[in-house]
Structure formats: structure tokens, C-alpha cells
Write a new protein. Sequence first.
Length: 209
Amino acid sequence: MRVRPISPDRLVAELAERLTRTGTPGRLRVAVDGPPAAGPDTLAEALIDPLRAAGRPALHVRADAFLRPASVRLEHGRTNPDAYYEGWLDEPGLRREVLDPAGPDGSGRLLPSLWDAAADRASRAAYVDLPPGGVVLVSGALLLGGALPFDVTVHLVLSPAALDRRTDPALRWTLPAFARYADEVDPASFADVVVRADDPRRPALVEAA
């Protein structure tokens, strides 16, 4: 493997070009996976305009709009890393409302948000039609540990030291969950695109030699 330094703008341009070239029946389902400190939401949002400019309709869906209700999510407390790892994300809801409709036999009618975690109620978002050839970018943490059907996976990886340094103090309780994710799932070993993001100003692509 080799590590190729790249500017943030060039990273967006190369990813957008790769996704534009990727052909799948119907629509393209892309995971942008990484801890909050790596900025997966920011990267996914930055890809929208280049994809649209290249003729690929694009929709950004944040995984944190598909969390389980607080009664389930916080059953073992507000700062339980195992619960965060195993049960915060409503994977069936994300699959039902986003990934399956965007799949080869899907209708293209996607729900961009299912649950408002702050208000702890349904978000009441309207459905959006993503036409054939469109791209849905799902961003968030711990997306690659289950069986969610993505066509392309992008993983943003931080060294343990960088993750510790850059994680918001209010979220430091999640660090054991990310250590477990790296150990049990090891998404950097199989993601289609791996980006080292220790320094957001100087990312690097991990590529086959």
C-alpha cells in the first residue's frame, strides 16, 4: 500500500470523478464513513455540487437523522460506548427508507430524515425522488459494521492519537466504540476508498502499490 498526500479540494474532485464514472443499475449508494472528528458529513456535502455538475443528481443523507428513539438508544445511559456501537443507528429504517429505494429495483423515492434526535420525535421530512443515475451519499459513523447495502464505501480513518486529540470533549466517551470498530470490523481493510484524515488540511489517500 502507498499513501498519497492530497489537498482537500483535490480529494473532493477525485472522489466526485470516481463516483461519476461508477456505473450501477439505477442509482449509486455511497457510504462516507468515519468518526465525527474526521468530518464525514462535511466531505459528503462537498461532493454534492461536483456530482450535480457532472450530470449525476445527488442527495446527502446524514446517518444521525436515522437514530433510534431515546427510549431505546439511551436505555443503558447517555454515555455508554457499547450501546453507541451496537444500537444507536436505526439500520432497518435507513435501509427501508434510503438504501433499498435507491437500489437496483427501488422506486427512487427516498426519505432524507427519519428521526429528530434533539426533539425525540419523527422528523416529518418529505420524501425526495432521486432519478435513475442519481447518487445518494450516506455520511456518519460506524456505517460499515453491518450488512447495509452500499455500492461504494469511503472510510475516513484517524490514528488513535489523532482521534483522541480531535474528538470533541463532550464525545470522548465514544472513543472505546471507535477502538472496537477498528478492531472488530477494520473498515480500512476493505473500504473501496480509504482516506487518512489525521490533519483535515492534509488528507491522504491510501492506495494499492
